[in-house]
Design a protein around this ligand. Structure first.
Ligand code: GAL
Length: 415
Protein backbone atom coordinates (compact mmCIF):
# COMPACT_ATOMS: atom_id res chain seq x y z
CA UNK A 1 0.00 0.00 0.00
CA UNK A 2 1.51 3.43 -1.01
CA UNK A 3 2.85 5.71 1.77
CA UNK A 4 0.17 8.39 1.21
CA UNK A 5 -2.65 5.78 1.31
CA UNK A 6 -1.21 4.27 4.55
CA UNK A 7 -0.95 7.66 6.24
CA UNK A 8 -4.50 8.63 5.26
CA UNK A 9 -5.99 5.23 6.16
CA UNK A 10 -4.32 5.21 9.60
CA UNK A 11 -5.73 8.59 10.61
CA UNK A 12 -9.32 8.01 9.51
CA UNK A 13 -10.28 4.35 10.07
CA UNK A 14 -13.53 5.24 11.81
CA UNK A 15 -15.27 6.28 8.57
CA UNK A 16 -15.02 2.84 6.92
CA UNK A 17 -18.33 1.63 8.40
CA UNK A 18 -20.32 3.83 5.94
CA UNK A 19 -19.62 1.22 3.33
CA UNK A 20 -20.93 -2.37 3.14
CA UNK A 21 -19.14 -4.74 5.50
CA UNK A 22 -19.78 -7.66 3.15
CA UNK A 23 -16.33 -8.55 1.70
CA UNK A 24 -18.02 -9.58 -1.56
CA UNK A 25 -19.69 -6.18 -2.02
CA UNK A 26 -17.70 -3.29 -3.40
CA UNK A 27 -18.47 0.41 -3.10
CA UNK A 28 -18.05 1.90 -6.58
CA UNK A 29 -17.88 5.64 -7.29
CA UNK A 30 -18.54 6.93 -10.82
CA UNK A 31 -20.37 9.63 -12.72
CA UNK A 32 -22.72 7.49 -14.82
CA UNK A 33 -26.16 8.84 -13.89
CA UNK A 34 -27.94 9.56 -17.20
CA UNK A 35 -30.51 7.08 -18.53
CA UNK A 36 -28.05 5.46 -20.93
CA UNK A 37 -25.15 5.49 -18.49
CA UNK A 38 -27.31 4.00 -15.76
CA UNK A 39 -28.61 1.31 -18.11
CA UNK A 40 -25.02 0.27 -18.82
CA UNK A 41 -24.11 0.22 -15.11
CA UNK A 42 -27.23 -1.85 -14.42
CA UNK A 43 -25.89 -4.41 -16.91
CA UNK A 44 -22.66 -4.63 -14.91
CA UNK A 45 -24.44 -4.88 -11.56
CA UNK A 46 -26.75 -7.62 -12.85
CA UNK A 47 -23.95 -9.72 -14.36
CA UNK A 48 -21.70 -9.26 -11.31
CA UNK A 49 -24.51 -10.28 -8.99
CA UNK A 50 -24.92 -13.51 -10.95
CA UNK A 51 -21.25 -14.18 -10.23
CA UNK A 52 -21.48 -13.44 -6.51
CA UNK A 53 -20.11 -9.91 -6.47
CA UNK A 54 -22.11 -7.03 -4.99
CA UNK A 55 -22.00 -3.42 -6.27
CA UNK A 56 -22.76 -0.72 -3.70
CA UNK A 57 -23.37 2.30 -5.93
CA UNK A 58 -21.83 5.71 -5.22
CA UNK A 59 -22.92 7.58 -8.36
CA UNK A 60 -22.11 11.32 -8.48
CA UNK A 61 -24.20 13.27 -11.05
CA UNK A 62 -22.59 15.62 -13.56
CA UNK A 63 -21.59 14.84 -17.15
CA UNK A 64 -17.86 14.69 -17.77
CA UNK A 65 -17.16 13.85 -14.14
CA UNK A 66 -15.95 17.16 -12.69
CA UNK A 67 -18.08 16.78 -9.54
CA UNK A 68 -17.29 13.07 -9.20
CA UNK A 69 -13.52 13.63 -9.29
CA UNK A 70 -13.86 16.30 -6.58
CA UNK A 71 -15.95 14.00 -4.36
CA UNK A 72 -13.53 11.14 -4.95
CA UNK A 73 -10.54 13.30 -3.95
CA UNK A 74 -12.42 14.34 -0.81
CA UNK A 75 -13.19 10.75 0.16
CA UNK A 76 -9.58 9.65 -0.40
CA UNK A 77 -8.28 12.57 1.68
CA UNK A 78 -10.84 11.72 4.36
CA UNK A 79 -9.52 8.14 4.46
CA UNK A 80 -12.81 6.78 3.16
CA UNK A 81 -11.99 5.80 -0.41
CA UNK A 82 -14.50 3.70 -2.36
CA UNK A 83 -13.27 0.22 -3.27
CA UNK A 84 -13.41 1.01 -6.97
CA UNK A 85 -13.87 4.19 -8.95
CA UNK A 86 -14.12 5.60 -12.47
CA UNK A 87 -10.62 7.04 -12.55
CA UNK A 88 -9.48 7.69 -16.10
CA UNK A 89 -6.46 8.84 -18.12
CA UNK A 90 -4.11 11.31 -16.46
CA UNK A 91 -6.00 11.15 -13.17
CA UNK A 92 -5.31 7.41 -13.14
CA UNK A 93 -1.58 7.72 -13.79
CA UNK A 94 -1.24 10.56 -11.25
CA UNK A 95 -2.98 8.45 -8.62
CA UNK A 96 -0.91 5.40 -9.47
CA UNK A 97 2.19 7.52 -8.83
CA UNK A 98 0.75 8.35 -5.40
CA UNK A 99 0.28 4.65 -4.62
CA UNK A 100 -3.50 5.01 -4.33
CA UNK A 101 -4.47 2.23 -6.75
CA UNK A 102 -4.12 -1.54 -6.56
CA UNK A 103 -1.86 -3.05 -9.27
CA UNK A 104 -3.72 -5.66 -11.35
CA UNK A 105 -0.78 -7.39 -13.06
CA UNK A 106 -1.86 -10.88 -12.10
CA UNK A 107 -5.47 -10.33 -13.18
CA UNK A 108 -4.17 -9.00 -16.52
CA UNK A 109 -1.89 -12.00 -16.93
CA UNK A 110 -4.56 -14.55 -16.06
CA UNK A 111 -6.96 -12.72 -18.39
CA UNK A 112 -4.40 -12.60 -21.21
CA UNK A 113 -5.11 -8.87 -21.64
CA UNK A 114 -1.92 -8.43 -23.67
CA UNK A 115 -3.22 -10.64 -26.48
CA UNK A 116 -6.93 -9.83 -26.29
CA UNK A 117 -7.09 -6.02 -25.92
CA UNK A 118 -6.47 -3.03 -28.21
CA UNK A 119 -2.90 -1.68 -27.89
CA UNK A 120 -4.25 1.78 -27.02
CA UNK A 121 -6.26 0.29 -24.14
CA UNK A 122 -3.22 -1.56 -22.78
CA UNK A 123 -1.27 1.67 -23.01
CA UNK A 124 -3.94 3.56 -21.04
CA UNK A 125 -4.12 0.99 -18.20
CA UNK A 126 -0.36 0.41 -17.93
CA UNK A 127 1.79 2.84 -15.96
CA UNK A 128 5.39 2.41 -14.76
CA UNK A 129 5.25 -1.17 -16.09
CA UNK A 130 2.24 -2.01 -13.87
CA UNK A 131 -1.39 -2.57 -14.81
CA UNK A 132 -3.24 0.04 -12.78
CA UNK A 133 -6.90 -0.28 -13.77
CA UNK A 134 -9.55 -2.46 -15.42
CA UNK A 135 -10.70 -1.07 -18.80
CA UNK A 136 -14.45 -1.00 -19.43
CA UNK A 137 -14.95 0.58 -22.83
CA UNK A 138 -13.61 2.96 -25.46
CA UNK A 139 -15.64 6.04 -26.36
CA UNK A 140 -15.18 7.79 -29.71
CA UNK A 141 -15.30 11.55 -29.27
CA UNK A 142 -15.10 12.54 -32.96
CA UNK A 143 -18.72 11.50 -33.61
CA UNK A 144 -21.38 13.51 -35.44
CA UNK A 145 -24.89 12.27 -34.73
CA UNK A 146 -27.74 13.16 -37.07
CA UNK A 147 -31.49 12.57 -37.03
CA UNK A 148 -32.35 9.90 -39.59
CA UNK A 149 -35.99 10.92 -40.09
CA UNK A 150 -34.99 14.51 -40.89
CA UNK A 151 -32.29 13.30 -43.26
CA UNK A 152 -34.78 11.10 -45.11
CA UNK A 153 -37.48 13.82 -45.24
CA UNK A 154 -35.06 16.47 -46.51
CA UNK A 155 -33.23 13.97 -48.80
CA UNK A 156 -29.85 14.90 -47.36
CA UNK A 157 -26.55 13.10 -47.95
CA UNK A 158 -24.73 11.67 -44.91
CA UNK A 159 -22.58 14.57 -43.57
CA UNK A 160 -19.06 13.55 -44.61
CA UNK A 161 -17.54 16.97 -45.36
CA UNK A 162 -17.97 20.42 -43.85
CA UNK A 163 -19.75 21.37 -47.08
CA UNK A 164 -22.25 18.57 -46.42
CA UNK A 165 -22.76 19.97 -42.90
CA UNK A 166 -23.20 23.48 -44.27
CA UNK A 167 -25.73 22.37 -46.91
CA UNK A 168 -27.61 20.25 -44.37
CA UNK A 169 -27.71 23.22 -42.00
CA UNK A 170 -29.23 25.42 -44.72
CA UNK A 171 -31.87 22.78 -45.54
CA UNK A 172 -32.69 22.27 -41.85
CA UNK A 173 -33.07 26.00 -41.31
CA UNK A 174 -35.42 26.23 -44.31
CA UNK A 175 -37.44 23.43 -42.70
CA UNK A 176 -37.57 25.38 -39.41
CA UNK A 177 -35.27 22.96 -37.56
CA UNK A 178 -32.22 24.01 -35.50
CA UNK A 179 -29.25 22.64 -37.44
CA UNK A 180 -27.05 21.72 -34.46
CA UNK A 181 -27.78 20.84 -30.83
CA UNK A 182 -25.22 22.56 -28.64
CA UNK A 183 -24.29 23.40 -25.07
CA UNK A 184 -22.02 26.15 -23.76
CA UNK A 185 -20.99 23.98 -20.79
CA UNK A 186 -17.17 24.31 -20.79
CA UNK A 187 -16.46 20.55 -20.93
CA UNK A 188 -18.88 20.14 -23.84
CA UNK A 189 -17.37 23.07 -25.76
CA UNK A 190 -13.92 21.54 -25.19
CA UNK A 191 -15.18 18.16 -26.39
CA UNK A 192 -16.42 19.64 -29.67
CA UNK A 193 -13.26 21.74 -30.05
CA UNK A 194 -10.86 18.82 -29.85
CA UNK A 195 -12.67 17.13 -32.73
CA UNK A 196 -12.06 20.29 -34.77
CA UNK A 197 -8.37 20.27 -33.87
CA UNK A 198 -8.23 16.76 -35.31
CA UNK A 199 -10.27 17.79 -38.35
CA UNK A 200 -8.20 20.88 -39.16
CA UNK A 201 -4.78 19.66 -38.01
CA UNK A 202 -4.83 15.93 -38.63
CA UNK A 203 -3.39 13.26 -36.34
CA UNK A 204 0.20 14.53 -36.33
CA UNK A 205 -0.58 18.10 -35.26
CA UNK A 206 -3.10 16.71 -32.76
CA UNK A 207 -0.35 14.53 -31.25
CA UNK A 208 1.78 17.64 -30.81
CA UNK A 209 -1.13 19.45 -29.15
CA UNK A 210 -2.24 16.61 -26.87
CA UNK A 211 0.59 14.27 -26.08
CA UNK A 212 3.53 16.68 -26.27
CA UNK A 213 1.60 19.81 -25.31
CA UNK A 214 4.13 21.89 -27.26
CA UNK A 215 3.09 25.54 -26.89
CA UNK A 216 4.39 26.19 -30.44
CA UNK A 217 1.89 23.70 -31.84
CA UNK A 218 -0.95 25.59 -30.14
CA UNK A 219 0.17 28.72 -32.02
CA UNK A 220 -0.29 26.89 -35.35
CA UNK A 221 -2.59 28.47 -37.98
CA UNK A 222 -4.68 25.29 -37.99
CA UNK A 223 -5.60 25.86 -34.32
CA UNK A 224 -6.85 29.29 -35.33
CA UNK A 225 -8.94 27.64 -38.08
CA UNK A 226 -10.37 25.23 -35.52
CA UNK A 227 -11.39 28.19 -33.32
CA UNK A 228 -13.08 29.88 -36.29
CA UNK A 229 -14.84 26.62 -37.12
CA UNK A 230 -15.98 26.33 -33.46
CA UNK A 231 -17.63 29.75 -33.59
CA UNK A 232 -19.27 28.83 -36.92
CA UNK A 233 -20.67 25.63 -35.42
CA UNK A 234 -22.13 27.44 -32.41
CA UNK A 235 -24.01 29.74 -34.76
CA UNK A 236 -25.74 26.64 -36.18
CA UNK A 237 -27.33 26.20 -32.75
CA UNK A 238 -29.30 29.45 -32.97
CA UNK A 239 -29.11 32.45 -30.64
CA UNK A 240 -27.57 31.94 -27.19
CA UNK A 241 -27.96 28.18 -26.86
CA UNK A 242 -26.93 28.30 -23.16
CA UNK A 243 -25.38 25.68 -20.87
CA UNK A 244 -27.71 22.73 -21.24
CA UNK A 245 -26.86 19.19 -20.11
CA UNK A 246 -25.58 16.87 -22.82
CA UNK A 247 -28.67 14.74 -22.29
CA UNK A 248 -30.85 17.70 -23.31
CA UNK A 249 -28.86 18.11 -26.50
CA UNK A 250 -29.34 14.39 -27.16
CA UNK A 251 -33.07 14.78 -26.56
CA UNK A 252 -33.27 17.68 -29.05
CA UNK A 253 -31.67 15.43 -31.66
CA UNK A 254 -33.89 12.49 -30.79
CA UNK A 255 -37.06 14.56 -31.12
CA UNK A 256 -35.96 16.17 -34.36
CA UNK A 257 -35.87 19.61 -32.76
CA UNK A 258 -32.23 19.68 -33.87
CA UNK A 259 -30.70 17.91 -36.85
CA UNK A 260 -27.12 17.23 -35.72
CA UNK A 261 -25.00 16.88 -32.56
CA UNK A 262 -21.23 16.57 -32.17
CA UNK A 263 -20.41 14.73 -28.93
CA UNK A 264 -18.78 11.58 -27.57
CA UNK A 265 -20.71 8.42 -28.40
CA UNK A 266 -22.12 8.14 -24.91
CA UNK A 267 -24.95 9.98 -26.73
CA UNK A 268 -25.70 6.70 -28.51
CA UNK A 269 -26.25 5.01 -25.15
CA UNK A 270 -28.71 7.72 -24.21
CA UNK A 271 -30.67 7.50 -27.46
CA UNK A 272 -30.89 3.71 -27.07
CA UNK A 273 -32.13 4.11 -23.47
CA UNK A 274 -35.02 6.18 -24.88
CA UNK A 275 -35.85 3.47 -27.43
CA UNK A 276 -33.82 4.87 -30.30
CA UNK A 277 -31.95 2.66 -32.76
CA UNK A 278 -28.83 3.46 -34.76
CA UNK A 279 -29.56 3.32 -38.47
CA UNK A 280 -33.31 3.85 -37.91
CA UNK A 281 -33.81 6.91 -35.67
CA UNK A 282 -30.33 8.34 -35.73
CA UNK A 283 -27.03 7.75 -37.47
CA UNK A 284 -23.37 8.53 -36.84
CA UNK A 285 -20.61 9.86 -39.01
CA UNK A 286 -17.05 10.70 -38.09
CA UNK A 287 -16.64 14.47 -37.68
CA UNK A 288 -15.66 15.68 -41.20
CA UNK A 289 -12.04 15.09 -42.21
CA UNK A 290 -11.53 12.59 -39.32
CA UNK A 291 -12.91 9.38 -40.86
CA UNK A 292 -9.81 7.23 -40.36
CA UNK A 293 -9.11 8.65 -36.91
CA UNK A 294 -10.32 7.62 -33.48
CA UNK A 295 -10.33 10.34 -30.82
CA UNK A 296 -10.65 8.12 -27.77
CA UNK A 297 -11.58 8.25 -24.12
CA UNK A 298 -11.11 4.91 -22.35
CA UNK A 299 -13.32 4.42 -19.30
CA UNK A 300 -11.46 2.53 -16.58
CA UNK A 301 -12.20 1.29 -13.07
CA UNK A 302 -9.34 1.74 -10.60
CA UNK A 303 -9.26 -0.40 -7.45
CA UNK A 304 -8.45 1.91 -4.57
CA UNK A 305 -6.14 0.95 -1.77
CA UNK A 306 -7.67 1.11 1.73
CA UNK A 307 -7.55 -0.60 5.15
CA UNK A 308 -10.64 -2.55 4.08
CA UNK A 309 -8.34 -4.97 2.20
CA UNK A 310 -10.86 -5.87 -0.47
CA UNK A 311 -8.15 -7.22 -2.79
CA UNK A 312 -9.82 -10.54 -3.69
CA UNK A 313 -13.15 -8.87 -4.56
CA UNK A 314 -11.41 -5.99 -6.38
CA UNK A 315 -9.41 -8.46 -8.50
CA UNK A 316 -12.59 -10.43 -9.21
CA UNK A 317 -14.29 -7.21 -10.37
CA UNK A 318 -11.37 -6.38 -12.65
CA UNK A 319 -11.44 -9.87 -14.09
CA UNK A 320 -15.20 -10.08 -14.64
CA UNK A 321 -15.74 -6.66 -16.27
CA UNK A 322 -13.10 -7.43 -18.91
CA UNK A 323 -14.63 -10.75 -19.97
CA UNK A 324 -16.25 -10.90 -23.45
CA UNK A 325 -19.88 -11.35 -22.35
CA UNK A 326 -19.77 -8.51 -19.81
CA UNK A 327 -17.85 -6.32 -22.23
CA UNK A 328 -20.58 -6.75 -24.82
CA UNK A 329 -23.46 -6.30 -22.37
CA UNK A 330 -22.01 -3.09 -20.90
CA UNK A 331 -20.81 -1.47 -24.14
CA UNK A 332 -23.93 -2.30 -26.19
CA UNK A 333 -25.83 -0.21 -23.64
CA UNK A 334 -23.18 2.48 -23.05
CA UNK A 335 -22.50 3.44 -26.68
CA UNK A 336 -18.77 2.83 -26.26
CA UNK A 337 -16.99 -0.20 -27.71
CA UNK A 338 -15.46 -3.27 -26.07
CA UNK A 339 -11.77 -3.03 -25.21
CA UNK A 340 -11.25 -6.49 -26.67
CA UNK A 341 -10.12 -7.37 -30.20
CA UNK A 342 -11.66 -10.86 -30.00
CA UNK A 343 -15.34 -9.86 -30.01
CA UNK A 344 -17.69 -10.21 -33.01
CA UNK A 345 -18.40 -6.65 -34.30
CA UNK A 346 -21.66 -7.90 -35.85
CA UNK A 347 -23.03 -7.78 -32.29
CA UNK A 348 -22.55 -4.00 -32.19
CA UNK A 349 -24.88 -1.39 -33.65
CA UNK A 350 -23.93 0.74 -36.68
CA UNK A 351 -22.30 3.51 -34.65
CA UNK A 352 -20.38 1.20 -32.33
CA UNK A 353 -19.30 -1.09 -35.17
CA UNK A 354 -17.77 1.85 -37.08
CA UNK A 355 -15.94 2.96 -33.95
CA UNK A 356 -14.66 -0.55 -33.15
CA UNK A 357 -13.59 -1.21 -36.75
CA UNK A 358 -11.78 2.13 -36.91
CA UNK A 359 -9.89 1.18 -33.74
CA UNK A 360 -9.13 -2.26 -35.17
CA UNK A 361 -7.97 -1.03 -38.59
CA UNK A 362 -4.14 -0.99 -38.77
CA UNK A 363 -4.22 2.17 -40.93
CA UNK A 364 -6.25 4.21 -38.46
CA UNK A 365 -4.77 6.96 -36.29
CA UNK A 366 -5.76 7.09 -32.62
CA UNK A 367 -5.72 10.36 -30.66
CA UNK A 368 -6.12 10.84 -26.88
CA UNK A 369 -8.97 13.06 -25.71
CA UNK A 370 -7.81 16.24 -23.98
CA UNK A 371 -11.25 17.17 -22.65
CA UNK A 372 -11.70 13.68 -21.12
CA UNK A 373 -8.37 13.37 -19.33
CA UNK A 374 -6.55 11.04 -21.73
CA UNK A 375 -3.85 13.63 -22.44
CA UNK A 376 -4.15 16.51 -19.96
CA UNK A 377 -4.39 16.64 -16.19
CA UNK A 378 -7.48 17.98 -14.44
CA UNK A 379 -6.37 21.60 -14.05
CA UNK A 380 -5.02 21.98 -17.61
CA UNK A 381 -8.12 20.51 -19.23
CA UNK A 382 -10.36 22.70 -17.06
CA UNK A 383 -8.33 25.84 -17.91
CA UNK A 384 -8.54 25.06 -21.65
CA UNK A 385 -12.29 24.39 -21.35
CA UNK A 386 -12.87 27.68 -19.51
CA UNK A 387 -10.91 29.65 -22.12
CA UNK A 388 -12.95 28.03 -24.92
CA UNK A 389 -16.19 28.70 -23.04
CA UNK A 390 -15.27 32.37 -22.75
CA UNK A 391 -14.39 32.52 -26.44
CA UNK A 392 -17.69 31.06 -27.67
CA UNK A 393 -19.87 33.09 -25.29
CA UNK A 394 -18.12 36.44 -25.93
CA UNK A 395 -18.60 37.49 -29.59
CA UNK A 396 -16.12 40.35 -29.03
CA UNK A 397 -13.26 37.94 -28.37
CA UNK A 398 -11.33 37.26 -31.55
CA UNK A 399 -10.05 33.80 -32.46
CA UNK A 400 -6.53 35.26 -32.32
CA UNK A 401 -7.06 36.38 -28.72
CA UNK A 402 -8.50 33.00 -27.78
CA UNK A 403 -5.50 31.28 -29.33
CA UNK A 404 -3.12 33.43 -27.26
CA UNK A 405 -5.01 32.29 -24.16
CA UNK A 406 -4.69 28.62 -25.12
CA UNK A 407 -0.95 29.00 -25.79
CA UNK A 408 -0.50 30.72 -22.41
CA UNK A 409 -2.34 27.91 -20.60
CA UNK A 410 -0.25 25.19 -22.24
CA UNK A 411 2.94 27.16 -21.54
CA UNK A 412 1.89 27.47 -17.87
CA UNK A 413 1.14 23.74 -17.65
CA UNK A 414 4.51 22.84 -19.22
CA UNK A 415 6.41 24.73 -16.49
C1 GAL B 1 -16.97 10.98 -19.97
C2 GAL B 1 -17.00 9.51 -19.61
C3 GAL B 1 -18.09 8.83 -20.34
C4 GAL B 1 -19.42 9.60 -20.34
C5 GAL B 1 -19.26 11.09 -20.38
C6 GAL B 1 -20.51 11.89 -20.07
O1 GAL B 1 -15.95 11.65 -19.32
O2 GAL B 1 -15.74 8.94 -19.93
O3 GAL B 1 -18.24 7.52 -19.85
O4 GAL B 1 -20.20 9.13 -19.40
O5 GAL B 1 -18.22 11.56 -19.60
O6 GAL B 1 -20.81 11.93 -18.75
Amino acid sequence: MGNLALMLAASFTTLAHAQSQDPATLNVLHWWTSAGEKRAVDQLVLQLDKRGLGWNDAAIPGGGGMAAVKVLKGRVLAGDPPDAAQVIGRTLTDWADLGLVLPLDEVAQRGRWKSTMFPVVLQVVTHGGRVVAAPLGVHRINTLFYNQALWARLKLAPPRTWDDVSQAAAALRRAGVTPLAWSDEPWQVATVFETLLLSEGGASLYAELAAAQRPAAWADARVLRALTRLRWLRQLAGDAPGEQRWTNSARQLYRGDAGMLIMGDWVGGELMAWGGQAGRDYACAPVPETADMHLYSVDTLAMLQSRRQRGPAQEKLADLVTQPSMQLAYNQAKGSVPVRIDIDPAQLDDCERDSWQTLAHPGSRVAPSIAHRMAADESTKDALADALHRFVTDPAQTPERAQERLVAIVKGAAR
